[in-house]
Design a protein around this ligand. Structure first.
Ligand code: SF4
Length: 384
């Protein structure tokens, strides 16, 4: 496939609701079932090994009207929680086997219970991911939690989910994560080699396809991007931080670059590329996933710190990517991102790093005020 075709297909996929993405995948894989995955992280390998397509639940933005979900929530809540619940309150998820949520914040916890209560025919799981990253027992605990998920899912489906099948899925997802890392690493050195919005679309689209169909596209894209002529342009080199769960509208990502910034690195859709190394495929696959979660996860605001504080992680991300500033892009009312913003901001001010905060919500359709803010920020740095 050409680079243009790949990017267009990925952008088109993001226009589809989960059921339409599943229906599209079923053209090629008629027997496949669907399973929703709420951000940030879930062991998609277990789901895929159960012959289900893990489908990213990133809210529904402009594609769905909120008719009932707002009556179940207080008003000050992130958009992704409301539109995800709306998907389950209507018919949208009826062809799915279920969905998994995890312990990222109180909103996700409540959302999981609300979905369970309102979609009694689906298997809804809530994963208690390890919180204590230092205890000698954390690895066993994480493994036991993944085993609980495997057993419950297997019982729900009435078929086994074998270690061999999980190992095969691990191999597949390892390659996908590896190629995605390659694209991100290449972009750090050549930030104009792929637009930030295109890369974001590609990563998100990967959560709306069968991984075996996504992989060849990703391989092709890597080749195209690495072989492309890079035309440098001036801009403020930034890291985008805080968009790890609810992702910004793609139009906002376009605006960031159109307003004078070059995105060197970001944390958008980070759960699907959480590990900075391959997961071991030869031994006990659930133990390997648990060890990867504890030892190879990049920092995010919804995971407890491991070897260093998240604030150090942000400085390191800046240094590794060659960024000179940070754009904080938290979803409106996203508690983990907004609480961490205070810590990050303090650290950046100590280190004299310029930063700007831009909040967003799903149904944001005009970006002119944000464009002006980013342009002013970029110009103040470029012409200082
Ligand atoms: S956007 Fe933030 S507050 Fe909302 S579910 Fe995600 S992590 Fe929680």
């Amino acid at each position: 496939m050409t680079r243009e075709d790949i990017i267009q297909e990925c952008r088109d996929l993001l226009e589809l609701l989960p059921s339409a993405a599943l229906a599209k995948a079923r053209d090629k894989h008629p027997d496949i079932g669907g399973f929703g995955v709420f951000p940030v992280y879930a062991p998609v390998e277990i789901i895929h090994a159960a012959r289900l397509m893990p489908v990213g639940l990133f809210g529904a933005g402009e594609q769905i009207e909120l008719s009932h979900a707002e009556s179940r929530f207080q008003s000050f809540i992130c958009s992704i929680a409301k539109s995800t619940l709306e998907l389950f309150l209507g018919d949208e998820m009826k062809d799915f086997e279920g969905a998994v949520f995890s312990s990222i914040c109180d909103v996700a916890r409540n959302l999981s219970s609300l979905v369970q209560r309102n979609a009694p025919d689906l298997y809804i799981e809530y994963l208690h991911l390890p919180q204590n990253m230092y205890s000698a027992e954390s690895g066993n605990y994480g493994r036991a939690e993944f085993e609980r998920f495997r057993t419950n899912l297997s019982n729900h489906l009435g078929r086994p989910i074998t270690d061999d099948a999980i190992r095969e899925s691990l191999t597949l997802y390892n390659e996908i994560r590896g190629l995605t890392r390659r694209l991100y690493t290449h972009r750090m050195a050549h930030p104009t080699s792929i637009e930030a919005a295109d890369l974001y679309a590609v990563v998100r689209a990967g959560t709306r396809m069968m991984p075996e169909d996504y992989l060849p596209m990703l391989r092709d894209l890597c080749e195209h991007v690495q072989a492309s002529d890079v035309k440098p342009r001036d801009g403020v080199r930034v890291v985008v931080e805080g968009a790890f769960c609810e992702g910004p509208p793609i139009g906002l990502v376009d605006v960031i670059e159109a307003s004078g910034c070059l995105v060197q690195d970001d944390d958008m859709a980070i759960g699907w590329r959480l590990f900075d190394d391959d997961v071991e495929c030869n031994g006990d696959p659930l133990a390997a996933l648990s060890q990867a979660y504890l030892g190879s996860s990049v920092y995010t605001s919804v995971r407890h710190d491991c070897d260093k504080p998240r604030t150090e992680g942000l400085l390191e991300r800046m240094k590794n990517s060659g960024a000179e500033a940070v754009l904080f892009a938290p979803a409106k009312f996203c508690e983990p991102a907004l609480l961490d913003y205070v810590l990050f901001r303090q650290k950046l001010e100590e280190a004299d790093v310029p930063h700007l905060k831009i909040e967003f919500e799903e149904k944001m359709w005009t970006f002119e005020a944000t464009r002006t803010e980013i342009e002013t920020f970029a110009e103040s740095m470029l012409f200082d």
